[in-house]
Design a protein around this ligand. Structure first.
Ligand code: GLN
Length: 230
């Protein structure tokens, strides 16, 4: 079970979101606090951000804590919209940079915490890797992000053992689902953070109930129960 983080708000640096917080993704890569599956997230990481309307990514198959180049450059990467993740590979899945989130279709950045039986997902020539998360991302991109909640509910119906926490952003919208794992939201004066687990002990973090869709747009946060769970 990986850990992910999204930001939509005023421009801030990738380092301020990922590396600097006391319990940020860097610390979560070796000492997550709420992770239910897996002990640590050492199988790779990815940092995606919007440069105007263009999504840009830096991904790796190595542990985040050992990447001194990223630590050096991340304070200079500034964006209003960020999607980042650290990865604990599911058994049998490839460990390669293209298997690390965020995945992209050129418009959205998308991360998946969880696992899904690849047999319930359609084959896709657009998938970036053979990892389950890349196939799931390809399906979500194909169906369109407006259908994210319905796609997650459908896949969850087809694979009762699936865990489907998805986080996606396109520069003006940030969407996330809960399906089997933890997620918290923090409203700050300068924007909204959504994360698998709080990156600090701010009492304003709110836990999202399971089987919900979180949507952040124009400073508004909406929570909707997923289809079949209303
Ligand atoms: N199944 C995905 C992978 O192998 C995600 C794993 C996770 O959430 N830990 O990368």
């Amino acid at each position: 079970m990986c850990r992910h983080l999204g930001w939509l708000g005023e421009p801030t640096t990738v380092a301020a979101l990922v590396l600097d917080p006391p319990q940020g993704l860097l610390v979560q890569s070796y000492a997550p606090r709420r992770q239910k599956n897996g002990l640590m997230n050492a199988d790779g990481w990815g940092a995606g951000f919007f440069d105007g309307a263009t999504p840009r990514r830096w991904r790796s198959a190595a542990p985040l804590w050992g990447d001194v180049s990223f630590a050096s450059v991340a304070p200079a990467l500034r964006s209003h919209c960020v999607v980042a993740a650290v990865r604990s590979a599911t058994i049998g899945m490839p460990i390669e940079p293209s298997a690390s989130a965020p995945f992209s279709d050129g418009h959205w950045l998308l991360s998946h915490n969880g696992v899904v039986d690849r047999a319930v997902l359609p084959p896709s020539a657009a998938a970036e890797s053979t990892v389950d998360s890349a196939l799931l991302a390809a399906l979500i991109f194909d169906r369109g992000l407006d259908a994210l909640g319905d796609t997650v509910a459908e896949v969850g119906g087809a694979d009762p053992n699936a865990r489907l926490n998805v986080l996606a952003a396109n520069g003006s919208r940030l969407l996330a689902t809960t399906w089997g794992d933890t997620l918290s939201v923090l409203r700050r004066p300068d924007g909204v953070a959504v994360a698998s687990e709080p990156y600090d002990d701010d009492p304003a973090w709110q836990e999202v109930p399971d089987r919900h869709l979180v949507a952040v747009e124009a400073g508004e946060i909406t929570l909707t129960a997923l289809r079949g769970h209303r």
